[in-house]
Design a protein around this ligand. Structure first.
Ligand code: ADE
Length: 229
């Protein structure tokens, strides 16, 4: 069973619609749809927005659905200089923009954790990159770092902080929480994010305008990956 998580309804609805032999299980207010997609056993769930929702959701997938891999799909703000709206970031790894520097930790370091940069599964990265080039030939995809925090990034100062301090390729609000939960449960993971905005002053307006197009690319990628698994 593969777990597929999106924070928002629009990030998972097309995938849930495409499922066969669908059954719904509700837990912690989240609807987990179990069934088949592209002939693969999957469980698809809308976690809700933010790191707490995502961590909870991933733990439920680990405890109750015995998933052998988890995929986070959705949209993100672009950080990497060459990245355009509609392009895709495939996680090399993921980090949270936490700050306990006052105690001598580096930015991004979660105090007293063995690691704070959670590495995505190498086979899933390779499969995602190859699949994306095939199913989305009209856009670019990048394997890079996903930076997560409970904040919608919409100013250049914060955007450049995330680029300079973290070498972030995209900013969003959940991926690294799934990554941490997956790491603690020893479950392979990947984060797939289509760029809906550039995390700058225009981000909120751009997000609303381009979200749909970005989701089209990411849905194609998720279906393509399942098809090739
Ligand atoms: N999701 C989409 N765009 C985002 C942004 N700019 N910041 C955080 N999460 C996002």
């Amino acid at each position: 069973m593969i777990g597929i998580i999106g924070a928002m309804e629009e990030e998972v609805s097309q995938l849930i619609e495409a499922m066969e032999e669908k059954e719904k299980v509700t837990c912690a207010g989240m609807d987990f749809y179990c069934g088949k997609l592209k002939d693969k056993e999957v469980v698809i769930v809308q976690s809700g927005i933010g790191k707490v929702n995502m961590a909870l959701c991933t733990q439920i997938l680990a405890d109750r659905f015995d998933v052998k891999a988890v995929i986070n799909t959705g949209v993100a703000g672009g950080l990497y200089k060459d990245i355009e709206i509609g392009d895709i970031v495939i996680s090399k790894d993921a980090v949270q923009h936490v700050d306990a520097t006052v105690f001598g930790y580096k930015v991004g370091e979660i105090p007293r954790m063995d690691t704070s940069y959670f590495e995505a599964d190498k086979d899933l990265i390779e499969l995602a990159k190859k699949t994306c080039d095939e199913v989305n030939p009209d856009i670019h995809s990048y394997v890079g770092r996903v930076v997560s925090g409970d904040q919608f990034i919409s100013d250049n100062k914060k955007k450049h902080y995330l680029i300079n301090e973290f070498d972030g390729y995209c900013a969003e609000m959940e991926g690294a929480a799934m990554a941490q939960a997956a790491h603690l449960n020893q479950i392979p993971f990947i984060i797939l994010r289509a760029i809906s905005d550039k995390a700058d002053q225009e981000a909120a307006g751009s997000y609303e305008e381009f979200e749909k197009a970005a989701i089209k690319h990411i849905v194609r990628l998720v279906l393509g990956i399942l098809d090739r698994m």
